[in-house]
Design a protein. Sequence first.
Length: 137
Amino acid sequence: MPWNKTNTNNNHNTTIMKKRDAIIYYIATGLITLLMLFSASMYFIMHDMVVATFEFLGYPSYLIYPLAIAKLLGLVAIWTNKSKMLKEWAYAGFVFDLILGGAAHIAAEDGGFMAAVVGLVLIFTSYIFYRKLEAAK
């Protein structure tokens, strides 16, 4: 019965791949969560410093609190899985935030764009493995 052994090996490999994908997803999503929580908390705790940074980068300071709240709501959308559409929008919002923030730092030539690059790698990794896990269901 060689077909049984092959079928068992394929099922085992598929299970290993799903576990690997889940681990990568949770690590990337956990790290992007830490980055966004750090960012949002800085907006509240170190408001004066963030205002100075926003103004230096050419952004209005009235965006600070709404952006912090949007980051927190985006994390809730990603982790709760209540709505797939909301989760997609949260990922998109993080991508826009990171691209615009990185571009502002590049334009200002202050060298602060690496956090955005790391964030983009993490958000794309999280999203790609989220989609792989969804497809495997």
